[in-house]
Ligand binder design. Structure first.
Ligand code: 5AD
Ligand code: SF4
Length: 483
């Protein structure tokens, strides 16, 4: 990858005109920035440094790897938040607490900037697609130097150049974008695993959700581009990939040559070197029988389906615009359990959606008990301006909290019981890190996404080992490596 980057950069002529668009234009600015960072580093007697701070989901984590890759290609060394010359916050806006968290962090960054007045601060990502958030930054955080959104993330190199070559704050926001520019540098966080975007945006407009407004309409990448990327990752030593999209089950439907998600997944399993494939997220309304059968026949596909329920009440599901009923969800989950008995089913649940009563929450609890979720992420409903649910009658905070606590107890009990069913089994674990509490242990992840701690040394990180699951501790296991 590094050699390829150098080859491309060497081929760019920065004495000529700026290329009109696409990756060539960005490489042009990367090369320009290299000259700038080299001169500046010489002046300072040290290398310029940068840090990427990420909020939110796997998609944002993947985007941040691209941001970091571009910064490194421009000549910055990666450093921590406090000691960087260029600091970028990649934001999330799915719930209000993510917004508040960001403002706290940017507030703190003003102190870092006082210590290092040459520091540049950039903010990008989902939150920047909302006018109110950008207005607030403009008004109350004048020391932010660069603001851009989700549709033009690939122009980052160009914006870094602008920041260093103009006296004004740079704000670059696009309302939409249909270009997919992928061939830019990226700095992968883990050598052995990687996310792979298969699609962008979302067309579902669940009535509580801001994502379709900030990420735009659904766009699938061409399968050939995705598969080539996976092949490249495999030749770089990646063993586990996660295919990423807001609703992977609708992948490929709008391509000129339509292809289903199951077909894409099947093709990915044929790539040598890739030993495990995950995907995220499945919308229950679109999960196909083909997909279930594809998982069943392919041991490389992880035994884990994340299937957001959101609510178990038909009335609330309708108001949420989810397009399935409690009964349909239960049938689907039951069918998955039957066809893939060793697979974990995990979910997302929202409590406190407008109009939700204790009765509605009882329906949700009923689904949790009947499906027996292996894990559930539970969220208190957060009103997002501009979504249909924001205009509905809201539930008082204390009612939301009470119902949330009631649900959480059931979710935790259920997950614990589910985890116990694997005790005594031997499974393949991908070792990911040294155990945080005891460095004679390493921590791995099973195909079903559960965590297991085993005695072992750091040399195992990034490899698959067979482990016996000895002791269940609720959400994780202690086990040992089978020789
Ligand atoms: N309030 C609370 N939770 C939300 N989610 C999405 N929008 C909201 C909101 N406005 C949750 C959903 C989704 C997960 C990623 O975030 O459960 O599946
Ligand atoms: Fe939001 Fe619904 Fe799209 Fe998921 S499927 S991103 S919850 S609108």
């Amino acid at each position: 990858m590094q050699n390829k980057l150098e080859e491309i950069i060497a081929s760019i002529d920065i004495s000529g005109p700026v290329p009109e668009e696409g990756d060539q234009r960005q490489y042009y600015y990367i090369k320009k920035m290299r000259d700038y960072t080299a001169a500046k580093s010489q002046e300072l007697g040290r290398k310029l440094t940068a840090c990427t701070v990420t909020f939110g989901c796997q998609m944002n984590a993947k985007d941040s790897e691209k941001l970091a890759g571009i910064l490194e290609a421009c000549g910055f060394d990666v450093r921590d938040e406090e000691n960087s010359d260029f600091l970028i916050y990649n934001t999330c806006t799915v719930r209000d607490n993510a917004d508040q968290h960001l403002y706290g962090r940017i507030g703190r960054a003003s102190h870092y900037k006082k210590k290092n007045p040459e520091m540049k601060i950039a903010v990008c990502g989902c939150m920047m697609q909302e006018k109110t958030a950008v207005d607030k930054l403009h008004k109350s955080y004048p020391y932010v130097d660069l603001i851009f959104g989700t549709h033009n993330l690939y122009c980052f190199a160009e914006y870094i150049y602008e920041v260093y070559h103009s006296d004004k704050r740079v704000t670059e926001l696009w309302e939409s974008g249909d270009q997919i520019v992928e061939d830019l540098p990226t700095d992968r966080k883990f050598p052995w695993k990687s996310g792979v975007n298969i699609m962008y945006g979302c067309n579902n407009f669940c009535s509580y959700c801001i994502v379709p407004y900030v990420r735009g309409r659904e766009k699938s990448r061409e399968p050939i581009d995705i598969l080539r990327e996976i092949e490249r990752l495999a030749s770089d030593g990646v063993k586990e990939i996660m295919l990423l999209g807001q609703n992977v089950n609708s992948y490929g439907k709008t391509l000129e040559d339509p292809i289903s998600f199951a077909e894409l997944l099947e093709a990915a399993t044929r790539i040598d070197g890739i030993e495990r494939i995950r995907f995220m997220t499945s919308h229950p309304k679109d999960l196909s029988e083909d997909l279930i059968q594809c998982i069943k026949r392919n041991p490389k596909i992880a035994r884990h389906i994340h299937l957001p329920l959101q609510s178990g009440s038909d009335r609330i599901l309708k108001a949420m615009n989810r397009h399935y009923t409690k009964d349909q969800y239960l049938k689907l989950a039951g069918h998955i359990r039957q066809e893939l008995p060793d697979a974990a089913i995990t979910t997302d649940i929202i409590v406190g959606f407008p109009g939700e009563t204790a009765e509605d929450v009882n329906e949700t609890i009923d689904v949790v008990k009947k499906v027996g979720f292996d894990n559930a992420f539970t969220f208190i409903y957060s009103m997002r301006k501009g979504t249909p649910a924001a205009r509905m009658e809201q539930v008082p905070e204390d009612v939301k909290k009470e119902n949330f606590a009631r649900l959480l107890t059931v979710v935790q009990d259920t997950a614990k019981k589910q985890a116990e069913r694997f005790a005594g089994q031997t499974m393949s674990a991908l070792i990911e890190s040294v155990n945080e509490e005891d460095s004679s242990y390493v921590t791995g992840r099973l195909s079903n996404n559960m965590i297991v701690h085993v005695k072992g040394d750091p040399s195992l990180i990034g490899s698959f080992v067979q482990v016996r699951l000895d002791e269940c501790h609720g959400f994780y296991y202690f086990g040992h490596i089978m020789i």
